[in-house]
Design a protein around this ligand. Structure first.
Ligand code: ADP
Ligand code: MG
Length: 257
C-alpha cells in the first residue's frame, strides 16, 4: 500500500537525541529521509547507526531505560505521539536484520506469517501474496518447487532474500535494513544489492552498512555518523567525491574506521 502524502520525505527527524540510561548515544540528529530512494547510513562501529535505524520503527523501545528528545515524523505524524500505535507503524515500516532470521517453518509459512497475523485466511489470497512477495524478492524461481520445505535448508543468501520477501508480504512503505549483507558471501551480497536497487521504485529504503563501497554502489543519499552525531548527509556521489567535513574525508579515505 502506498501511503498518500504530499511530503517528499518519509521521515523528518529534528533535533533528535537518545540516551541508553545516562549514556547519550545520539546527539541532535537532523535528517530528512527521502521517499522512494535508498538512503545509506555509514560510520565506524558504535557510532549509533543501528540505534538510529531501530528508532525509526520504535524497535528501540525493546531496550529498557531508553529516553529520547526531539521529534521524528513519519508521513507528517510524530511517531512518538500517544495516538500512534506501534503495531501500525511497524506494518508501514518493516525491518531486515544483519543475520538472516527465518522462522523454523516452511518457506511458504515464513512469507504467509505476516498476512495471516493480519487476518488473511483464504488460501487463494495467501498463495498470491506468497508468490508475489517471493517474486519481488527475486527468489521465486529458486524456491517455487520447494515451498513446503523448511527455510533452514536455504543458503544464507537465499534466507536473506526470503526475509526480505517476508517483509514485503506485509506491504510496507519503508524497509529498514541493518547491515543486511554482512553475513553473506560476495555473490549473495551482489544479488541482495541488485534486489535492493529494484525495490526502490516501490519502497523507501534505509540501509545501514559499514561497507563504504556498498553505500557508493547502491544508495542515492549517504549519511555519515560519528560518535552519535550526523556529521554529513548529502547525495552519495557528493559525499564520496567532495565531502564538506574533514571527518567525512578522513573516514572515506580510510584514515580511521
Ligand atoms: N542496548 C544498549 N544498551 C546500552 N548501550 C547501547 C545499547 N545498544 C547500543 N548501545 C551503545 O550505543 C552506541 C551506539 O551503538 P549502535 O547504535 O549499536 O552503533 P553501530 O550500529 O553504529 O555500531 C554504542 O556506544 C553502544 O555501546
Ligand atoms: Mg550496528
Amino acid at each position: 500500500m502506498t501511503v498518500i502524502t504530499s511530503n517528499q520525505h518519509a521521515f523528518d527527524i529534528s533535533d533528535f537525541n537518545l540516551w541508553y540510561g545516562s549514556s547519550q548515544a545520539l546527539f541532535h540528529i537532523n535528517m530528512e529521509i527521502p521517499r522512494n530512494k535508498i538512503t545509506a547510513v555509514i560510520g565506524p562501529s558504535g557510532c549509533g547507526k543501528s540505534t538510529m535505524l531501530k528508532t525509526l520503527n520504535r524497535m528501540i523501545e525493546m531496550v529498557p531505560n531508553v529516553n529520547t528528545s526531539g521529534s521524528i515524523k513519519y508521513n507528517d505524524n510524530d511517531i512518538f505521539s500517544k495516538g500512534q500505535m506501534v503495531e501500525e507503524l511497524r506494518t508501514h515500516v518493516g525491518m531486515v536484520f544483519q543475520k538472516p532470521n527465518p522462522f523454523p517453518k516452511s518457506i511458504y509459512d515464513n512469507v504467509a506469517y505476516g498476512p495471516r497475523i493480519h487476518g488473511i485466511r483464504k488460501k487463494k489470497i495467501l498463495d498470491e501474496v506468497v508468490e508475489k512477495s517471493l517474486r519481488d524478492a527475486a527468489i521465486w524461481d529458486e524456491v517455487k518447487d520447494r515451498l513446503n520445505q523448511n527455510a533452514y535448508g536455504l543458503s544464507g543468501g537465499q534466507q536473506q532474500r526470503l526475509c526480505i520477501a517476508r517483509c514485503l508480504a506485509i506491504e510496507p512503505d519503508v524497509i529498514l535494513m541493518d547491515e543486511p549483507t554482512s553475513a553473506l558471501d560476495p555473490i549473495s551480497t551482489l544479488k541482495v544489492e541488485e534486489l535492493i536497487k529494484e525495490l526502490k521504485d516501490k519502497y523507501t529504503i534505509v540501509i545501514v552498512t559499514h561497507n563504504m563501497q556498498q553505500a557508493a554502489r547502491i544508495s542515492d543519499k549517504t549519511a555519515f555518523m560519528l560518535n552519535g552525531e550526523l556529521v554529513e548527509f548529502t547525495d552519495t556521489d557528493t559525499l564520496f567525491s567532495n565531502p564538506k567535513d574533514k571527518r567525512t574525508e578522513d573516514y572515506i579515505t580510510g584514515r580511521f574506521g
